[in-house]
Write a protein that binds this ligand. Structure first.
Ligand code: ZN
Length: 233
């Protein structure tokens, strides 16, 4: 059929069909073991961690129950929303309580990134990174940008390796902002301070903006041609 004879449609190939009559996998999340029921095909297709965890030889897989005591229910719920919708719900920031809401937003997004890291779900991480880039570029009253506070920066450095794309984004964005160095604290993570110093030294040679770097997927992990932005529309 020629393209001129087609209309845009929301169809997909039937290998993406989910069987909602199949028994769900039970996830027990957080210290209180809050229960989530998730479609097995959906979560195994997205998370390499769950794909391995649910292989038949795993005892947990046989029970169709996975315990995740170290993860946060609110953030896991965000992840399940992502699985089913391909969208990442983010909090609407009220101007009346901007500072606290911004911190909460960054806190949730950084935790979501670390969850994606643990679950080996690079699409989810890439979507979270894009949300963080947008958050870092919101210009508030007085031409002010809000960046993650020290506690959130330290959480990231304590929870990820040096290969983390979110570390690279954080350092690049702060190093390129006009008041970036003023944000630094003596008790910032030493690895963050070192990364910042290196980025600041190269600032004059590498003038690419964070937005441009984001647009070419510099902070994404996907293989060529598999960007989350086009895969999920
Ligand atoms: Zn991409």
């Amino acid at each position: 059929m020629a393209d001129k004879d087609r209309v845009p449609s929301k169809t997909s190939t039937d290998d993406s069909l989910l069987d909602f009559a199949a028994p769900a996998v039970v996830m027990k999340v957080g210290s209180l073991a809050r229960i989530f029921y998730v479609n097995e095909k959906l979560i195994r297709g997205s998370s390499d961690f769950f794909n391995s965890a649910m292989k038949r030889e795993w005892r947990q897989g046989c029970k169709r129950v996975v315990d995740l005591p170290d993860h946060n229910c609110e953030i896991f719920n965000l992840y399940v929303n992502w699985l089913y919708s391909g969208r990442l719900p983010v909090q609407h920031i009220e101007e009346s309580n901007l500072m606290n809401n911004n911190d909460k937003q960054y806190h949730n997004l950084f935790k979501a990134y670390v969850l994606g890291d643990a679950l080996l779900d690079s699409d989810f991480k890439d979507a979270v990174v894009d949300a963080i880039v947008n958050e870092m570029h919101i210009q508030h009253q007085g031409n002010v940008y809000f960046f993650p506070v020290r506690q959130i920066r330290t959480f990231l450095y304590n929870s990820t390796t040096s290969a983390s794309k979110l570390r690279q984004l954080l350092v690049q964005r702060i190093a390129r902002s006009s008041n970036g160095s003023e944000l630094l604290k003596e008790d910032d993570d030493p690895a963050f301070l070192l990364d910042f110093a290196r980025a600041a030294m190269h600032k004059d040679k590498d003038k690419e903006t964070t937005i441009s770097a984001t647009a070419r997927c510099a902070f994404h992990e996907h293989a060529r041609g598999k960007c989350v932005r086009t895969r999920f529309g």
